[in-house]
Design a protein around this ligand. Structure first.
Ligand SMILES: *[C@@H]1O[C@H](CO)[C@@H](O)[C@H](O)[C@H]1NC(C)=O
Ligand SMILES: *[C@@H]1O[C@H](CO)[C@@H](O)[C@H](O)[C@H]1NC(C)=O
Ligand SMILES: [Zn+2]
Length: 176
């Protein structure tokens, strides 16, 4: 993490968050990543004074949760807020002030954990379900197979409540 090993690869200007449009700004970077993986790049070895072919690959991204939504296309809000629990997110709604809240955390405890059967301290229910299984890459690929992305002014304002995705991320165009 030393500054001499960090490179600024992209800077998006503007007062507002790009939202899903981040994919438009990411296009040059994605092109470079594809090039670096598929064709490699002649790179100088200063010690040996010769060049070698360098591969580069995207390993991971770091962001806050709203940034996660922008980068991944997964909503991170409301009914499907949790990317790990996806369709099984323990979402509930407080109708008095229109706010979401989240339950079902006891699903992640060991099967015999006493809190699972502590109805008093929780929501008067026992919790016998196992933790939700995260979706696999293949399942997500299948779900987003025929997805049509719209960017800019064409971006739909209305939420599609049956689906936790808002777009098929530009990262899906990389070689996996
Ligand atoms: C660069 O050269 C040094 C010295 O020969 C060698 O140890 C190192 O592995 C080389 N690095 C690459 C990336 O080829
Ligand atoms: C909650 O949403 C409903 C429907 O959109 C609205 O009629 C109501 O005024 C909202 N309540 C509050 C407290 O914001
Ligand atoms: Zn979750």
């Amino acid at each position: 993490m030393k500054s001499e090993f960090l490179m600024l690869s992209l800077l998006i200007l503007g007062p507002a968050s790009p939202g899903n449009d981040i994919d438009v700004y990411l296009q040059p970077l994605i092109e470079e990543l594809k090039d670096l993986w598929c064709n490699r790049l002649d790179t100088d070895n200063a010690t040996k004074k010769e060049t070698f072919k360098m591969y580069a690959t995207l390993r991971s991204t770091t962001s806050d949760f709203p940034g996660y939504a922008m980068l991944s296309g997964y909503s991170t809000k409301g009914k499907f807020a949790c990317p790990y629990c996806h369709y099984e997110t323990g979402h509930r709604f407080l109708s008095n002030n229109n706010k979401s809240f989240y339950m079902a955390h006891r699903r992640f405890l060991d099967a015999d954990h006493p809190w699972r059967y502590d109805t008093k301290a929780f929501d008067r229910e026992t919790e016998e379900r196992a933790a939700p299984e995260p979706l696999t890459g293949f399942e997500i690929e299948e779900l987003l197979k025929d997805w049509k992305n719209n960017f800019g002014k064409l971006q739909p304002k209305k939420k599609n409540d049956g689906c936790p995705w808002r777009k098929s991320s530009i990262f899906h165009t990389l070689v996996y």
